[in-house]
Ligand binder design. Structure first.
Ligand code: ADP
Length: 410
């Protein structure tokens, strides 16, 4: 019997390993944000880093596995939300700027997540949580890890294969021994370090601009570099950071010194950990596609039903159709064509064959409107007979065409 138990435990572990590997296989860069102790701004950095990456066009996930102080939901204005799940997966919540967010705080309505998973169960819960989230394809997963160098951050580091660390610290923490401890931890789990961020580094007065060292600065840059770890930059203490976090907003959206420094740090991180996707190129392609679409729209044919040279009140009983060819907002050509006999569905098809993209009409019934739309012809109805054809078309092109009631709504 005990053998059976061991076997089923092994099998369970194996299945979990497979689930973790499958989940992580869809994520290109995994960044674990860690710190020697709590309260240094680790979650603030993780949340803002995730948003900054998403704002650049990357597909980003943000995972809060800090059992003792899961604050990511609060920082992103998602406090009180619960994650949804099915038999197999937990589904992230889409937060600001499209970041997919999960937090252990979102698994239960209870306030203290750490109490729910006591002792060894915490380790199991962390692994299960990492295995179960349905992220889809991601360019970056930013993980807000539990602070310190104990079992919990160790579990995160060992579970997320291929992850790299970003270490957040404050100036007074930057004693050589502290950095050494964090770096030794990363070495032990064979996790490369992207770099060190010194948060709450000095204070710039918002009124006079004078910088003050609040904590005695411990030479973080020199220490990090002497240990062959990149110093990613320093973020000053900034009252806006606290105010924005309390309101669930990212501070990097502002123009403060902290936002500026953070922007530079994010660029350095992207420099080190660039996904294969070229978001700049994708953005350019999208923009030129939209431009191309607009240019295409600049060349179009507008159809107007006419009687005696004026807009016909009933498009189905008009003598002629004026087909007006427009390019770049200018009328290039106009011809008057006799329509086919009045039969349901025939006119829209015929106008489509003439290349019309828009019909300007006085009145039109619902069914006719639908038929034109189905044929890819935009319907403008309720135009006034008062104006001549030239005025109608010019006003339409300039976005000034006034349309009244649909004078024929049958
Ligand atoms: P951790 O995750 O390390 O426990 P948090 O990110 O929760 O730390 O930050 C702790 C507190 O410090 C929060 O109230 C946060 O708004 C504030 N904070 C973080 N970075 C800064 C900063 N650069 N300037 C001012 N306040 C900051």
């Amino acid at each position: 019997m005990p053998e059976d138990k061991t076997w089923s435990k092994q099998q369970e572990r194996q299945e979990q390993e497979q689930a973790i590997a499958e989940t992580l296989s869809h994520i290109e860069n995994k960044l674990i944000v860690m710190s020697g102790k709590g309260g240094v701004g680790k979650s603030t950095v993780a949340a803002n880093l995730a948003e900054a990456l998403a704002m650049q066009g990357y597909r980003v996930g943000l995972m809060d596995v800090d059992l003792h102080g899961p604050s990511i939901f609060k920082l992103l204005g998602l406090e009180g939300q619960l994650l949804t799940h099915d038999d197999q997966y937990i589904f992230p919540i889409t937060g600001p700027v499209g970041v997919k967010v999960v937090s252990m705080a979102g698994l239960t309505a209870e306030k203290d997540v750490a109490i729910i998973w006591r002792g060894p169960r915490k380790i199991g819960a962390i692994r299960q949580f990492i295995a179960d989230v349905k992220w889809g394809e991601l360019d970056y997963l930013v993980i807000d890890a539990p602070p310190g160098t104990g079992d919990e951050p160790l579990t995160v580091a060992q579970t997320v294969n291929g992850a790299k660390a970003i270490i957040v610290t404050t100036p007074q923490q930057l004693a050589v021994i502290d950095i050494r401890r964090s770096i030794t931890f990363c070495k032990q789990v064979e996790m490369p370090v992207v770099g060190i961020i010194e948060n709450m580094s000095g204070f710039t007065c918002p009124h006079c601009g004078k910088a003050t060292e609040v904590f005695k600065v411990g030479g973080g840059k020199e220490t990090a570099e002497s240990m062959d770890v990149r110093f990613l930059g320093a973020i000053p203490l900034d009252a806006e950071v606290v105010a924005n976090s309390d309101q669930g907003k990212a501070y990097l959206c502002g123009y403060s010194e902290a936002a500026k420094s953070f922007g530079e740090i994010v660029s350095r991180i992207i420099e080190e950990e660039t996904p294969k996707r070229d978001v700049k190129k994708e953005k350019n392609n999208k923009q030129s596609e939209t431009r191309g679409q607009r240019n295409k729209e600049k060349k179009m044919k507008i159809a107007v039903p006419v009687n005696d040279g004026k807009l016909s009140e009933h498009f189905g009983h008009c003598e002629k159709f004026a087909i007006i060819e427009v390019e770049n907002g200018e009328v290039k050509q106009q011809e008057l064509l006799a329509p086919p006999p009045h039969e349901p569905g025939l006119l829209p098809r015929w106008l489509k064959e003439q290349g019309a993209g828009v019909i300007i009409a006085g009145g039109m019934g619902r069914r006719a409107q639908d038929l034109f739309t189905e044929n890819g012809i935009k319907v403008i109805f309720g135009a006034s007979q008062e104006n001549g054809l030239d005025d109608l078309v010019r006003n339409y092109l300039e976005g000034k065409l006034e349309t009244g009631d649909n004078i024929c709504d049958h």
